[in-house]
Design a protein around this ligand. Structure first.
Ligand code: PDD
Length: 284
């Protein structure tokens, strides 16, 4: 259970950055979470691509090339020496004036946290979790586009707090026009009439890397897939549901607001996607 932090190329057991960093002051940063499986970095090129696109979307120039970033990741993972790692890359705007204008920040800070990965309880995968449809809306694309993975997660934090108060493991959010979006750190899927359905990127969600893998696997294995824009009512006749994310992988959802989805047990398409995703990880 070793933690190592790479701060601008130097590896530390604990690291500190200035309180004048705009990442701290304004949530002005971008990040990625990557995992390893049996020591192999999972979908690292996709994560580095998304990091670059997030940085570009907030007009932040990454100080490292993808190759340099990869080298730093490997260096930090090796220094931590865990069997499997949780890797969080954060690039902040850097130190500047106590003023929102990023122009005053000259040098971004690049942090790479590596710690032992903490998997969710086996029980979650065996019986599924309960999630809550919360009143907090996902940020509209036109305000803070959820497609950009920034360090500003307060929208998701508020949704999570509401879900926790309702006794749920996570929150499912609608966008301001009432369409389904995603959970606080994962994408949402459901099954209706034997079709695998997931909110389209147009609804204002993060284009999850696990989501993309699951969509590809479903198509390759003859599952009918639909990406669309739906109100919450569509879930009344849902037969199955699950959420996806780098750390959660494919996690079954068996109840919504305490009411069972379908028969309240893991359904066949969920089981299939869980198995296919594990097979992909094993093949890395
Ligand atoms: N979260 N949606 C949101 C809002 C997310 O924060 C994440 C990832 C996802 C799933 O994306 P991916 O499959 O690429 O991990 C969807 C990471 C894991 C986190 O913040 O911890």
């Amino acid at each position: 259970m070793t933690t190592r932090i790479n701060l601008n190329g130097e590896i530390h057991q604990d690291a500190h950055i200035s309180v004048f960093d705009h990442g701290f002051l304004f949530g002005d940063s971008v990040y990625e979470v990557i995992s390893t499986h049996h020591g192999h970095l999972c979908f690292v090129n996709e994560h580095l691509r998304r990091l670059r696109s997030s940085a570009q979307a907030i007009s932040l120039e990454l100080p490292l090339t993808d190759e340099e970033m990869l080298q730093e990741i490997h260096k930090t993972v090796a220094a931590a020496g865990n069997p499997d790692s949780y890797i969080r890359i954060i690039v902040t705007r850097g130190v500047g004036e106590m003023d929102i204008d990023p122009e005053t920040c000259t040098k971004p800070n690049v942090l790479i946290f590596v710690k032992s990965i903490l998997h969710y309880p086996e029980e979650n995968y065996k019986n599924g979790i309960n999630i809550a449809l919360v009143s907090i809306k996902r940020n509209p694309k036109e305000a803070l586009n959820p497609g950009i993975k920034t360090g500003n997660y307060l929208n998701n934090v508020l949704a999570k707090v509401e879900a926790r108060k309702a006794g749920a493991a996570d929150a499912l959010m609608l966008n301001p026009t009432g369409q389904l979006t995603e959970c606080t750190t994962s994408n949402f899927f459901f099954v209706r009439d034997q079709r695998l359905m997931t909110p389209s990127l147009n609804c204002g969600i993060l284009s999850g890397i696990t989501r993309e893998v699951v969509l590809r696997l479903a198509r390759e294995n003859g599952v009918l897939v639909e990406e669309g824009e739906w109100p919450a009512d569509v879930l009344q006749n849902a037969e199955e549901a699950f959420i996806t994310g780098t750390v959660k992988m494919v996690m079954p959802v068996t109840s919504l607001d305490g009411r069972p989805i379908g028969d309240g047990k893991l359904g066949p398409i969920t089981r299939m996607m869980m198995r296919l995703y594990q097979d992909v990880l094993k093949s890395l």
